[in-house]
Design a protein around this ligand. Structure first.
Ligand code: GLC
Length: 739
């Protein structure tokens, strides 16, 4: 009774306070977060054992039960990181065939990471959160922040690159943007899900330093800074336990060290042991008996680990309700933040703002990798004929690739975007060039394309070469395509090279013209044996609904490209740590032998030149860096130094530059990577303009994880701050000492 009265008073006071928008000035006990705890206590005190068990496991493919008797609605989750998956039938993977669930596909997260612009991450989170909210989803199953360890990993396109600092900075605004809509982000896949083919049985072997310095930071930032309300466990094992019920990862690190107060949700089919599920930190079990893509058409939800089996173990006395009550509390907290949150905005779907956001983020994420003789941007005053070649100029990319596949209201292909932008100021010729993946239906989403083409490779190449001969510039759209083993969940790539004999085609084109632009539509690096005969190269990503418009804008120069690579393009697989010192995509133990030396850290350690470096990206203008200055050359423990660098736009048009700060520990008592990204600033400069870019460096930027003391340590001694335009393009540096 007392609780009810208190609660009633709380609701009355809160309502009028919220009504006059003074939530933040409320006394603590009326603060929504604290007040939520009061409501959780109240609900807990009323729930039966059956009701508690019911809300900690799925009741359908993507929903879990509420407590109807108490007016608590069921909880709805949805994929994915790039847009809101079409509605599925209760217990199916294929779409239900609704007519009002088409969405906007936003650029893949590698493209978001490539913007190196946290404002874009905020815009992304806000936009996708509004779409999820409008579709009445409570949990968005994304973003993914697994580290890009190998260019063969099938799901790299869903993640934010190879560097933990970049991924950490970019994930926070995304999470906050989603959650401001009363929709929980569910950051995935925690942790060490860095390959796909054996994702259910692989067991990465990494030491604590590598775990804490490379594979955990982005998840920690999402939780500690982003305030993520849920986390998804990964499929793989780690140190003997599946990640979905892993005492070290979930209880000790996530909930212990990081103080995570949200709910841990299993990946679909990631729960394998009832007792571990009870004691090792899992809060909400989904998709058991499924693999998250295909099998498991019908599930009996009472057979889940955290269902009847759990109830029996409580009734037998083997377990008290201690663990159950913690799970229920966390799930209720997730509900009060989402389904039971009365302050939620209404959301919106396929709004002009969301379409504009997809376009803007896409255009800002495109990376100009090479531009000899300034082939780009295409000058529409002088260019009369443009050849567009390649299947990826026409193929829809918003379907396919696994659980992130979408049913969009509209997708603008590169060819369509170019035709629209170029209009009649130049003639556009198209040739298929190669036939890759002709799938046009994916989980009953039909792209409407009929891509079958039974011409021989010889005919296809001959046609493309003929078209190329007649053009002033050739735009070749190739790369990968989210088909199996070509950037697709559940399967890793089998080689670094381009599929479907594209190398042969590109070489044939380069034979007849020195004006080929290769646009790589992919979420991964690819080998480029023909690179010396192709003067311009663009990393075009999977850009979603507005792909063709974003790409056309950059290619004709409406937008000055400012993207930078979030991962290294190696010349060959052997030039990566994972494929020379480590193991990749293995059943059972998978030794991450390269340890800390992931991405550019490997290139630096082995002095191996990449094809294109982490952080590399050209512009249609040029930037000059002045000398770095530091405000003091000695930093005390717990203190900080400020480093400033003048950057000038020395070209003829405005542009944005990503100024990168790397830190090198010159007197480390342990092995440390040569340098590590610890800061970046994206700065916009008019032609001729100079701005002073400022970095504040504190001991967190100097620290390594000491696995003996299990703590972050910044060792006294000399450090060097290196400032540059890419990991292999340091322009200036300054030394300083840590006392
Ligand atoms: C899949 C994926 C996960 C997805 C879930 C639901 O297996 O691993 O990212 O959110 O299952 O589709």
């Amino acid at each position: 009774m007392k609780t009810t009265v208190k609660l009633f008073m709380a609701i009355v006071a809160l309502s009028c306070a919220v009504a006059c928008g003074e939530k933040s000035s409320l006394p603590d006990y009326l603060n929504p977060e604290v007040y939520v705890e009061a409501r959780i206590d109240d609900a807990m005190s009323r729930m039966t054992l059956d009701e508690k068990i019911a809300i900690i496991h799925a009741q359908s493919k993507f929903s879990s039960a509420g407590v109807p008797r108490l007016g608590i609605p069921e909880l709805w989750t949805t994929d994915g990181p790039h847009g809101i998956r079409p509605e599925v039938l209760w217990d199916e993977w294929v779409q239900a065939g609704w007519t009002n669930d088409k969405c906007v596909a936003f650029p893949a997260l590698t493209a978001l990471a490539a913007t190196w612009n946290t404002d874009m991450a905020a815009l992304y989170g806000k936009s996708i959160g509004e779409e999820a909210r409008y579709r009445e989803k409570d949990v968005l199953l994304g973003p993914g922040v697994n580290i890009y360890r190998s260019p063969l990993n099938g799901r790299n396109f869903e993640y934010m690159g190879e560097d933990p600092y970049l991924a950490s900075r970019m994930v926070v605004p995304y999470v906050q943007g989603v959650q401001r809509n009363g929709v929980a982000a569910c950051v995935k896949h925690y942790a060490l899900n860095n390959s796909e083919t054996f994702r259910h049985t692989t067991e990465p072997v990494v030491d604590d330093r590598t775990l804490y310095e490379i594979y955990l930071p982005a998840f920690k930032a999402a939780v500690v800074e982003g305030g993520a309300w849920s986390i998804m466990g990964a499929y793989n094992l780690f140190r003997g336990e599946h990640a979905c019920h892993n005492d070290l990862l979930l209880n000790k690190i996530l909930k212990g060290e990081w103080g995570f107060d949200g709910a841990v949700i299993s990946d679909w089919g990631g729960t394998h042991d009832t007792r571990e599920a009870i004691t090792n930190g899992l809060d909400l079990e989904f998709g058991t008996w499924t693999d998250g893509l295909t099998m498991g058409k019908t599930n009996s939800y009472d057979l889940y680990h955290l269902a009847d089996a759990y109830k029996k173990l409580i009734e037998s006395g083997e377990y008290t309700t201690k663990e159950l009550d913690d799970k229920v509390r966390r799930v209720l907290r997730l509900m009060y933040r989402t389904s039971m949150n009365r302050d939620k905005p209404m959301g919106s779907l396929v709004s002009d703002e969301h379409i504009a956001a997809a376009y803007t983020i896409g255009a800002e994420g495109i990376v100009l990798l090479k531009n000899d003789n300034n082939i780009l941007p295409i000058n529409l005053e002088t260019t009369k004929t443009i050849a567009v070649i390649g299947e990826n100029a026409i193929k829809m990319m918003t379907i396919g690739g696994g659980s992130s596949s979408l049913k969009v209201k509209k997708e603008v292909s590169p060819l369509e975007g170019l035709r629209k932008r170029v209009g009649d100021s130049a003639e556009i010729l198209y040739a298929r060039g190669y036939v890759g993946d002709t799938t046009s239906v994916y989980k009953r989403v039909d792209s409407g394309q009929r891509l079958a083409d039974d011409r021989s490779e010889k005919e296809l190449i001959a046609e493309a070469v003929d078209v190329a001969k007649r053009a002033d510039v050739v735009l070749y759209f190739g790369g990968l395509n989210k088909a199996k083993r070509q950037d697709c969940e559940g399967t890793d790539r089998e080689s670094l090279g381009l599929p479907y004999s594209q190398d042969k085609l590109i070489a044939a084109l380069a034979e007849v013209t020195d004006r080929v632009v290769f646009v790589n539509i992919s979420g991964n690096a690819v080998a480029m044996p023909w690179i010396d005969s192709v003067p311009a190269i663009v990393q075009g990503w999977y850009l979603g609904s507005e792909a063709g418009n974003s790409l056309a804008a950059v290619l004709v120069g409406d937008v000055n490209p400012s993207g930078k690579l979030p991962f290294t393009f190696p010349v060959q697989l052997a030039d990566t740590g994972a494929h020379s010192m480590g193991q990749f995509s293995k059943d059972g133990e998978e030794y991450y032998g390269e340890g800390l030396l992931v991405g550019y850290r490997w290139n630096d350690a082995k002095d191996v030149a990449p094809l294109f470096a982490f952080g590399h990206g050209l512009s249609y203008t040029t930037f000059e860096y002045g000398e770095a200055k530091i405000n003091r050359t000695t930093m005390k423990q717990g203190g900080e130094v400020t480093i400033t660098v003048p950057v000038t736009n020395t070209g003829s048009r405005s542009g944005k530059e990503v100024v990168q700060l790397y830190i090198a520990d010159r007197e480390a008592s342990v092995m440390r990577p040569e340098k590590e990204l610890k800061g970046f600033v994206k700065v916009e400069l008019e032609a001729g303009q100079t701005k002073n870019v400022e970095f504040t460096v504190d001991s967190s930027a100097l620290s390594y994880f000491d696995d003996k003391s299990h703590s972050w340590v910044a060792e006294a001694g000399e450090f060097e701050a290196l400032i540059g335009a890419a990991a292999d393009d340091i322009r200036t540096s300054v030394l300083f000492n840590l006392k």
